[in-house]
Design a protein around this ligand. Sequence first.
Ligand code: SIN
Length: 322
Amino acid sequence: MNTSPVAAGSDRDPGAHLTAKRVHIGKYGLDVGPLGHLAAERARLAALSWQSFDARPLGATIGAELRGVDLTSDLPDEVIDEIRRALHAYKVIFFRDQPLTAAQHVAFARRFGDLEIHPFIPSNTGQPELVRFEKSADVGGYENGWHHDVTWRERPSMGAVLHALRVPQNGGDTLFADMCAAYDGLDDATREQIDDLVAVHDYAQVFGHVVQKEKRAEMRATYPTVEHPVACTHDATGRRHLYVNRFFTSHVVGFDEAESTALIDRLARRAEIAEYQCRFQWEDHSVGFWDNRAVQHYAASDYWPDVRVMERASIVGERPRR
Ligand code: SIN
């Protein structure tokens, strides 16, 4: 075993050789010890450099705050391309002090593709492409479960741009979890088990209750349940990632209910592993941009009865593929 100190600037992970020594506490399903498989991606991200902004990484393999770019301006194509590359690398990127108007928010998001109109969440009154999360003493935050957005669509969002209009003094953070790292961290038997599986996704699990009875048949015809692979290949990076979440994934095709629920639960919960996460503390006019294929997110609902107002533009993605 090599225990010599790692030279500054080395891309070796001093903990990688310890992976075999992870301790498994069976009765709690607990694994304790270094997640050595993160080392290569962490080193790759640490070595990146950018022309148009500085990047300050947040988590081991996920999240970076980008400084030196003004999203209210009409950014040149080269800067947009570099932001897209940073999004693919860090999986979620953040910007501070971006007092976007609703029109500027839409214009920025549109540089990355067509925008969705969400059929269930209220929108900004002037810009239907922006869904508005307006929480207060009367409306609680209900996004505090790990999920990918809109996986009930045939072509779920490739990404979302979230603008913080008003944030509580304390709390209201959003957490993000790297589903590529989660896939890479699975044991071989689980990867083999899931690689060809397909799961069904259904909007009704979360939004069923907001559809009036007389509209249900029409909504179901417009948004039938859809099937996506349980593990997908990212269409830009080629990396494998988990693609099930407990908000919208209903069942695994060909499994009985108990088996299906247990598998989705086990895979989706990989988002709860702290080493796969980053957490962002919003300020007024912070902007977050996440890759909705590569991450699940969770909006901490710990600020009631305080006010938190966010607007989100979601960019149409490709059909997820195995
Ligand atoms: C969402 O789940 O898209 C909302 C995230 C947030 O409000 O932080």
